[in-house]
Design a protein around this ligand. Structure first.
Ligand code: PLP
Length: 263
């Protein structure tokens, strides 16, 4: 399919679809956060999106996120110098996180979507605590994280088992430098909307169960699910954060491994 629409048109279309899906489930567009996934986007396209006022961006590799955060921050600073308005961009780490990249990751991220083991949580806690107790560290609040759940049980996917999620939330809740904010999941690779709906519904149930028990507390309120092919379904199933790449930036020209920081 040859998509000749401009970036702005695609972005506005996604925003309109989010609003419609939110209304369908009795919510407002502002109840659903849109994270624009920039992993295959050019710097020019990211700048353009930021110029349109978009603030939340997602990457699945720490290295690329750190580099792009610096470039985009410089761009926003220049806009502010010229009297323009440019809200600070907030970066989301959505790919699997390797323990040796934790330090770099927490420097730039607003939310880490991919905590799926106690070991990774402990590494995050140690590094965030170290940062907080260093000179000038008082300014850092706890690091917001989501638990990634492998709801469909696919062997190729990251994420903890659904049955382990609650325990992981409880453990995270005891770590002073971290704050569990919710769950993240992905639909199975089958491409079937029915499968996606089943997965999202199951994840929403798990999310509600954890909230009902009180694990994670009041601020355990983010349910990150939905990508370009299934974000409307995800919202209908209760998602309040969608991660959308190709529907905004177009299909990637080169396909590569999307698994995150495997290097
Ligand atoms: C790439 C990616 C997305 C966005 O995928 P699109 O299909 O391009 O919207 C969302 N979430 C994660 C974890 C990803 O790796």
């Amino acid at each position: 399919m040859n998509d000749t629409r401009t970036l702005r048109e695609r972005y506005e279309d996604v925003r309109a679809r989010i609003a419609r899906a939110a209304e369908k489930s009795g919510r407002r567009a502002s109840d659903v956060m849109l994270v624009a996934v920039t992993k295959h986007a050019s710097i020019e396209d990211i700048r353009e999106l930021v110029s349109l006022g978009h603030t939340d961006l997602g990457e699945n590799r720490v290295q690329q996120m750190v580099q792009r955060a610096a470039i985009i921050e410089e761009f926003s600073a220049r806009r502010r110098d010229r009297g323009g308005s440019a809200s600070p961009v907030r970066w989301h780490m959505i790919g699997s996180l390797q323990r040796n990249k934790v330090k770099q990751a927490i420097e730039v991220t607003r939310l880490i979507h991919s905590v799926d083991s106690l070991r990774l949580a402990e590494e995050l806690q140690d590094i965030a605590e170290e940062r907080g107790s260093a000179p000038g560290g008082e300014k850092y609040g706890p690091v917001d994280v989501l638990i990634e759940v492998n709801v469909a049980g696919e062997r190729s996917k990251h994420g903890c088992a659904p049955a382990a999620a609650r325990h992981l939330v409880d453990m995270l809740d005891t770590m002073v430098a971290l704050r569990p904010r919710g769950l993240m999941c992905m639909a199975p690779n089958t491409g079937s909307i029915a499968d996606a709906r089943k997965t999202f519904t199951r994840c929403k149930e798990l999310f509600d169960e954890i909230r009902a028990i009180g694990s994670g507390g009041e601020r355990f309120d983010i349910l990150s699910m939905g990508m370009s092919g299934d974000y409307e379904v995800a919202i209908e199933c209760g998602s309040n954060l969608v991660r959308v790449g190709s529907a905004i930036f177009g299909e990637p020209k080169v396909t590569d491994e999307d698994g995150g920081d495997e290097d």
